[in-house]
Structure formats: structure tokens, C-alpha cells
Design a binder for this molecule. Structure first.
Ligand code: SF4
Length: 903
């Protein structure tokens, strides 16, 4: 306990902390211009200086630790005078008009508080002093740079280095001539800026400002909510004015993102105000035209059609697709609707096309199909094994945290065909041939066994099947697998040694591991490595899938899965409980998953589909086959914000929905954390939250008593009455912050690390013996390239949201990445449009020459319907859960004729 005297009062503090933190705990404000809680304190501006009895100089409060017996004066006349002098010096070269424009800015507040008037020096005097006037830079769509307002606190430089790890801002010159410039030396747009906005968020003076508040004014109201994009689940403050989102800032105390956001979360919100938002329900008329109708008419029409189809063809002729974009409450209602109202288990969600293999593999081996650890473990891990995840682009906040951990000395192994950003800062990069994850991971396991790198104590206590596995894995020596994976055996052995001996070590994986024919088995092979090395059940270890969409984990966990009910329990295990709460039977017939629904549609067996927030037409593989399937369905209900591809191609009815900024509920992120989603603005026109629409349709179909909900909280109460591991998570508790399940009681703190002592399935997890099966997609003289596909930082999945924001200026279109050698050999240049052809279809796409891609391989993004990349993807599926093989396709490139633009 530290005992000190502050401003003549005796105080006690239990922990070591800085003087500034102690003052803030007491509610005593001192100015601090260079300080930001997200940064290492540096004491550069000296405004926070305080007087300490017995000290011969003032001490900067931000970086002076509080010590026992200190007698501190925070506002003595001496320090106040010093502060005023410092502010006067800064204000001596500051544009007066800026201080009036945004009086709430930190520097402007200090000027007003200390009665200091800003005064810009005469331009000729500035030139004589070597200070070149700097014109404002408006090149970036989101960030206005006006370094005439810079007070050289260096917070932008430091936050870019210490939080984002991008090193964009640089300090040039010294003294009065000091300038902060982007690494391009010219404009921010041309720099390596990733648009996270951390520099803007930290800047105290207005030198860096969000363009949105210059355009639309400062927010009048702030609402805390959770990001609508990826599965990291960052919490954000949404600033609104006149029912318009004008600014988004990171929630400073958010456990996941710790005061940071990426370019999507921070800036890509303009889609909510897009002119083509659909604001009224519509029915497609016989002539193919959409006609706006009232909600009662749309609901009655849909209820009549669905009832008729169920009566004529049976409940198995209808399918429901829940949405990873919707809340947990809405996903729960979607699957309840399928089971209670339609009487079918034909319900699925987009987890089918991403992490269903993860859930299956981890459930089989651990008994729980979800991340074993938490993002906060990143700071505790000493090594990372990343497999098929481009985290800095697809899960940027996790990517930034990983980069910072590596900068602090953690070891990193990256398994990825491409030299992605994290591969460039890795200790070992294993650039495997696409489709060979199983061979490579087995080779690492073999090296661990051969070199006795395994953890004997963990094998003895927590693992089963060791003898059989040891025998089996001998066939996968790195030397044999090197030819299969196209990675040197020595490198595979080095990676095995590094992961096995630097503990604790944490695995992260993404769709580069799951979207393969052996996706589920690939995840099993990764889990094998964690089990062999004892990296389970401890902080800083584990196997951690990075989920693609904000609520994909929640959607499947709430029961949008044909074989499972809420909580991922098998139908048969939980039937009695659910039937008692629902007061309705749970259908017995086996349900179809998304891919099986498409097959049933083309066989003429699926007659109706309700696609909630899921553009199957654009995102499913083998787009022409998908289109045929969808067009075979008699009645397609589309529920979305925009007239998406599935609506355009096959929609019969369109229900317009509220965005996540316009509704209440909860999301579940990749680390099993349930967080609140809160309404910041009203939805446009008659658009409504999904849960209201589902309840209305259930009522219209005669099942109103099971859907009698007045709020998402009421739905949540029913969910937690059925879901044991979530029973302790209530809305009032969530007001204090997110909670990670299992959280079985209201006094339970939630669980950060799973499987500490045992697994739900027992004391031991079984090692899996997985044979390697080569993909059917192989190169040939006709199709000499292997193509992999994926997302890019500035765009998100089907582009429905990000393509309607200024992110298009940062990343306007899909691209085909190719090595310089292959481009030269084919005579194709940067930005040149080429035709890419596979066995399944062809697309036109511009070239991007990239050093990240190896010869003979290609990488393409899939965000736009202009390119429609999924035309190239075949019908290969995961052997266990049918996830499509998006990550390997054999293609060729055809150069277009300069005259006709044709091949
Ligand atoms: Fe949103 Fe993901 Fe970016 Fe966080 S990392 S701001 S959750 S898109």
C-alpha cells in the first residue's frame, strides 16, 4: 500500500502506478498533451508536471511512478505558471481559427483553460526560421491532414508505431523546423497508411481530423456498440447527429480492441445512409418487376406461400438460412422458426462455408467447437503458429496485437502459400503449396515425435491414442512431405522445434486451413500439434479460430445448424428440454445443410428458401451451378439491407432490415465473448430488425404463442433458459461489459481459457490419425496455375457494406495477384484485365503484380459482383461438413486482345 499526500490530503493506493494515474483516480485533472493511455508515457510536453516536496525540479506526472511518502502539489502556482508558459510557446505558432472550430479538442480546451490565445507567426518569419508552410493534405478519403495545427506531441507517430505497428508517420528535421510526414514523403494516400485512424483518435490538436466531422459536424450523441464486421468483436462508440452516423471511435476500455479499430470498424459506416438502401418490403410481380407493398401484405403473402408449400410438399421442402450479420437473438429465432413453424431441421448459416470444419474438428477432439483461449492471451504467449490466416488484413486488431507481440520478442511461424504481411515479420514462413495443410502439419508432428519435442507429462495425463499416433505419424517425415508441400524439410523441422519448445505457444487459424476438402481433418492435425506439445488449457496457448464475420460463431451456436440446437448440443441430446420450453415438437428428420439445400434445389426437392442476411448467389462456389439451383426454387424470401445478388437473381419477396447500428441485441465474437449491440440511429423508412420480422411471420403462420417477444432481451432470456453455458449471462451483466462462455451462473466471471483440467468429453483428448488426400484441383498443361481466394483489408465479403463506403477509394475492385516472373512470361502488366478460366467458369479481373505470390500460384479477392470470382470455384467440399474448397482451384490466364478486349 502506497501512502502519499496529494494537495494536502493523505491518500492510499494499493498498486504501483504513475502520479498521473493516481491523480486521475482521484478526479484531479492536470493537462497532459503528449499522454495517451494506449502509449508508453514519455514526459515530452511537460504540461503534466507536478511539484513534489524535496525535489529540486518539477516531475512529469505521466512517467514518474508514485512512491511511498511523496508529498505532491498538482496545481501549485509554480506548475500552473509553467503550464501557461508551455502553452504560450505552443500557441505562438498555431492558427487561431482552428481553436474556435473544435473547442472540445484537448489542446484547445487547455488554451481556453489557461487563457492563452493562439497566434500564428508571420509567414515570412516562419520561412526565415526554416519552417516551411505545409498545405493541408486531403488525399485520404477519411483523414484530413493539416500539419499547420501540429503541436509536435508525436502521439500520431507513437500510436502508429506502438499500437498499429505500421510506422507510417515519421519525424523530419529538428527544432522549429520539425515536421511530421507520412512515409511516402508526400501525401497520406500514397503512404503505407492502413486507415485505422489511431493517429486521428490520439491527435489532441486538429492536425489530424476525421473528414466525416468536417463534412457533417461533430456528434451530438454517442452510443456504445460492437463492430458489424469481423469476428474479432471490437467495441466502438458511434457518434450521431440528426439521425446520421458522423464519427466512430474505439471504446477505450474495450477488452478486445483496447482503444483501437481497423479501417472497416472505424470508417466504413456510410453504407447505413446509402441511397440504395431498401426501405420498404417488396414482392416481385409476374413481369419480374419489384413492387413496394405494406408490411402486412408482404407478411401475409409470404405466410400463405410457405404454408402452401409445406402443405403440398412437406416441411422438408423449405430451408432457412440464418445470418452471421444478425444478432444471437435473431439467429436463435431463425432456427426456432424453421423447427417450430415449418417443422424442419433444414436450417444453416454461413459457418457452413467458413469454420464448420473448425467446429466439427474441435468438438470431436476437445468436446467444444470454439476457441480455447482469449485474445488477451496474445500478450502472454511466447510463440505463435498461424495457419491459413492473414490476420493483419482480415482480423486487423488481432493482427496488430500479434505484430506488437512479435516486436516485443515473441516468436512467429506462419503457414501460408503467400508471403503475407505477418510472414514478412515471422521467424519462419512455410510457403506451402495450396491444399497440402494436412501433409505439412503431419510432417511437423512427425518431427516433434522423431526429435522428442513432445511434452511427456501432457501426453501422459491429457491425451489418448499416443501409441497408435506415434506409429502412424512416422510415415510423414518432413523429408518425404517436402515434395508434397513444396517446403524444405529443414524449414519444417525448424518450425516444429520453435513451436514445440517456445512455451506457451498459441495457434491461430483461418479459412486457409478450413476451406479445403480436408478442412476438418486439417484442423484436427493442428489440434494434434497443440496436444503433443502440452499447449492446451494454459494461458497463452490453445487453438484459436479467427471467425470471419461478426456473429458467425453466435449464429451457429444459437442453432442455425441442421444437426444442433442452441448451445451446439446434438438434437437428440436436448430434444426433451427444447420441446418443454418451446411447447412444440423438435422435428426428427435429419436436416439439410446449405450445400445439401442447393443440391436438393437442383433436384427439384427444395421449393422455398428464406435467406436472412446471406447473399448465397454471390458467395457460394460454382456460381453458375448455384444460380441454377436458386432459380429452381419456387419461392425465395430475401431479407437484407440491399437488393443483393440473390434477390436480383431469384428473389420472390424482399424484407428490408435494419443495420446493426439500428437495432438492439448481442453478438458473440471469436473468443466466445457475448457483447451488446445497441441502437444508435433509426432504420430508414419501414426497415425493421430481423427479430421483429421473424416474429410477425410466425404469428401469420399461426405460431404466435411461441414467438411472443417484445424485445431482444426477452428472446435472450429464453436462450439462456435453454443454454447451460450461457445461463449466467444476463443483459444487466452485459451492461458492465462482455462475458465469455461458459458462464453458467450469474456470479460466474466467465471463462477465458477452456480445458484447464479436463475436456467436456473426458480427461483426455484423442490424437487423430489423418491420411493426406490430395485435392482434385491439380494443375495441368491446360490449367497451369493454382488459385487461392480471400478477403482484403478494406473490403468485406460480398462487399454489400464496404462497397457502399469510401473504402472503394482505398480498394476499388477485385484483383488477381500474380508474381512478376509469371506476369512477364505471360506478357501481362499491372492493372491489365485478363480472363481467368477454370474447369467451372471464367471471370475478367485486373492483374496486380505482387511479390507475395509464388510462381505458378495466384491469389484473388472475391468482393464484387462485377468480377464474380466464385464462378471459378468448383464443387469440391470438405469430406466431413461439406465446406466448399474455395482455397484451391486450377486455372489458366488468357490475355485479352488489345483491339476487341476478348480472348
Ligand atoms: Fe471491426 Fe474486425 Fe476491424 Fe475490429 S478488427 S474494427 S471487429 S472489422
Amino acid at each position: 500500500m502506497l501512502q502519499v499526500t496529494i494537495n494536502n490530503e493523505a491518500r492510499e493506493f494499493p498498486d504501483a502506478l504513475s502520479i498521473l494515474a493516481a491523480l486521475r483516480q482521484l478526479g484531479i485533472e492536470v493537462p497532459a498533451l503528449c499522454h495517451d493511455d494506449r502509449l508508453q508515457p514519455c514526459g515530452a510536453c511537460r504540461l503534466c508536471s507536478v511539484e513534489i516536496a524535496g525535489w529540486s525540479r518539477y516531475a512529469t506526472a505521466c512517467n514518474t511512478p508514485l512512491a511511498n511518502g511523496m508529498v505532491i502539489q498538482s496545481h501549485s502556482s509554480g506548475v500552473e505558471e509553467a503550464r501557461q508558459t508551455l502553452l504560450r510557446l505552443l500557441a505562438g505558432d498555431y492558427p487561431a481559427e482552428a481553436a474556435h472550430e473544435f473547442p472540445e479538442k484537448q489542446f484547445h480546451r487547455y488554451l481556453a483553460q489557461y487563457g492563452v490565445l493562439p497566434q500564428r507567426a508571420d509567414p515570412s518569419a516562419r520561412r526565415a526560421a526554416g519552417v516551411r508552410p505545409v498545405a493541408p493534405d486531403s488525399s485520404h478519403p477519411y483523414i484530413r491532414v493539416d500539419m499547420t495545427q501540429c503541436v509536435t506531441c508525436f502521439r500520431c507517430v507513437r500510436i502508429c508505431d506502438e499500437v498499429q505497428g505500421q510506422f507510417v508517420w515519421q519525424v523530419w528535421n529538428r527544432g522549429d523546423a520539425t515536421r511530421i510526414v507520412p512515409d511516402s514523403g508526400t501525401t497520406l494516400r500514397e503512404s503505407s497508411c492502413v486507415g485505422c485512424g489511431a493517429c486521428v483518435d490520439s491527435c489532441p490538436s486538429g492536425a489530424l481530423e476525421d473528414q466525416s466531422i468536417l463534412d457533417f459536424g461533430v456528434p451530438e450523441k454517442w452510443t456504445r456498440t460492437t463492430c458489424p464486421y469481423c469476428g474479432v468483436g471490437c467495441e466502438m462508440m458511434v457518434g450521431t447527429r440528426d439521425q446520421r452516423i458522423v464519427q466512430v471511435k474505439p471504446a477505450l476500455d474495450a477488452p478486445v480492441n483496447k482503444g483501437h479499430l481497423c479501417v472497416k470498424g472505424r470508417y466504413a459506416f456510410a453504407f447505413t445512409h446509402a441511397p440504395d438502401r431498401i426501405a420498404h418490403p417488396m414482392i416481385r410481380e409476374e413481369n419480374g418487376e419489384w413492387k413496394e407493398v405494406s408490411w402486412p401484405a408482404a407478411i401475409a403473402f409470404t405466410a400463405r406461400k410457405l404454408k402452401g408449400i409445406v402443405e403440398t410438399h412437406g416441411p422438408e421442402s423449405v430451408g432457412v438460412l440464418g445470418s452471421a450479420r444478425g444478432t444471437n437473438e435473431e439467429s436463435y429465432l431463425a432456427q426456432k422458426f424453421a423447427r417450430v413453424v415449418l417443422g424442419t431441421n433444414n436450417v444453416d448459416c454461413c459457418a457452413r462455408v467458413c469454420h464448420a470444419p473448425t467446429a466439427a474438428a474441435m468438438k470431436e477432439m476437445f468436446g467444444t467447437g470454439a476457441a480455447t483461449n482469449s485474445f488477451d492471451d496474445i500478450e502472454q504467449a511466447r510463440a505463435f503458429l498461424l495457419c491459413g490466416t492473414n490476420a493483419t488484413e482480415n482480423h486487423p486488431i488481432v493482427g496488430a496485437r500479434l505484430k506488437q507481440a512479435v516486436l516485443r520478442g515473441a516468436k512467429l511461424v506462419v503457414i501460408d502459400p503467400r508471403e503475407i504481411e505477418l510472414a514478412r515479420c515471422a521467424d519462419i514462413h512455410l510457403p506451402l503449396k495450396p491444399g497440402t495443410n494436412v501433409a505439412l502439419l503431419n510432417a511437423m508432428a512427425c518431427a516433434m515425435v522423431e526429435e522428442k519435442l513432445f511434452d511427456e507429462s501432457a501426453l501422459g495425463k491429457r491425451v489418448s491414442g499416443w501409441d497408435e499416433f506415434r506409429e502412424f505419424i512416422q510415415a510423414f517425415t518432413p523429408e518425404k512431405m517436402a515434395a508434397v508441400c513444396e517446403v524444405e524439410a529443414g524449414l519444417i523441422r525448424q518450425a516444429a522445434r520453435l513451436y514445440a519448445t517456445t512455451k506457451p505457444a498459441m495457434c491461430f487459424h483461418g479459412l486457409g486451413l478450413t476451406e479445403h476438402q480436408q478442412g476438418t481433418e486439417g484442423v484436427m492435425c493442428l489440434v494434434n500439434l497443440a496436444l503433443l506439445t502440452g499447449n492446451i488449457g494454459k494461458a497463452g496457448s490453445g487453438v484459436n479460430p479467427l471467425r470471419g464475420q461478426n456473429n458467425v460463431q453466435g449464429s451457429v451456436h444459437m442453432g442455425c445448424e441442421p444437426g444442433s440446437l442452441t448451445g451446439m448440443v446434438a438434437l437428440e441430446e436436448a430434444r426433451t428440454l427444447f420441446e418443454s420450453v418451446w411447447r412444440a415438437p423438435v422435428p426428427k428428420a435429419k436436416g439439410l445443410n446449405l450445400m445439401q439445400m442447393m443440391d436438393a434445389a437442383s433436384d427439384g426437392k427444395l421449393k422455398a428458401l428464406w435467406a436472412i442476411g446471406y447473399d448465397v448467389a454471390l458467395t457460394n462456389p460454382n456460381a453458375s451451378v448455384t444460380a441454377q439451383s436458386l432459380n429452381s426454387i419456387e419461392f425465395v424470401v430475401v431479407q437484407d439491407m440491399f437488393l443483393n445478388e440473390i434477390a436480383r437473381q431469384s428473389g420472390s419477396v424482399f424484407f428490408p432490415v435494419a443495420s446493426s447500428f439500428e437495432r438492439e441485441g448481442t453478438f458473440m465474437n471469436s473468443e466466445r465473448r457475448i457483447q451488446r449491440v445497441r441502437q444508435a440511429i433509426e432504420p430508414p423508412g419501414e426497415a425493421r430488425p430481423d427479430w421483429e420480422i421473424i416474429c410477425d411471420l410466425a404469428r401469420a403462420m399461426g405460431k404466435g404463442e411461441s414467438f411472443d417477444f417484445n424485445s431482444p432481451e426477452e428472446i435472450w432470456e429464453e436462450i439462456r433458459s435453454l443454454w447451460k453455458a450461457g445461463q449466467g449471462i444476463s443483459y444487466p451483466r452485459l451492461e458492465q461489459g462482455g462475458l465469455q462462455w461458459p458462464c453458467p451462473a450469474e456470479d460466474h466471471p466467465g471463462t477465458t481459457v477452456l480445458h484447464k483440467e479436463s475436456f467436456p468429453s473426458g480427461p483426455r483428448a484423442p490424437l487423430q490419425r489423418v491420411e493426406f488426400l490430395p485435392s482434385v484441383e491439380t494443375t495441368s498443361p491446360e490449367f497451369p496455375f493454382l488459385l487461392t481466394t480471400g478477403r482484403t483489408l478494406c473490403q468485406f465479403n460480398a462487399g454489400t457494406m464496404t462497397m457502399r463506403t469510401p473504402n472503394v477509394q482505398l480498394r476499388p475492385n477485385d484483383t488477381l495477384d500474380i508474381s512478376a516472373e509469371d506476369a512477364a512470361r505471360l506478357g501481362v502488366g499491372e492493372s491489365e484485365r485478363v480472363r481467368v478460366r477454370s474447369h467451372h467458369g471464367n471471370v475478367l479481373i485486373p492483374i496486380r503484380i505482387s511479390p507475395a505470390v509464388k510462381r505458378g500460384e495466384l491469389f484473388a479477392t472475391f468482393h464484387t459482383s462485377d468480377v464474380f470470382l466464385n464462378r471459378l470455384i468448383g464443387s469440391g467440399r470438405d469430406n466431413v461438413v461439406h465446406t466448399p474448397e474455395y482455397k484451391v482451384v486450377a486455372v489458366r490466364i488468357e490475355k485479352l486482345s488489345a483491339v476487341t478486349g476478348r480472348c
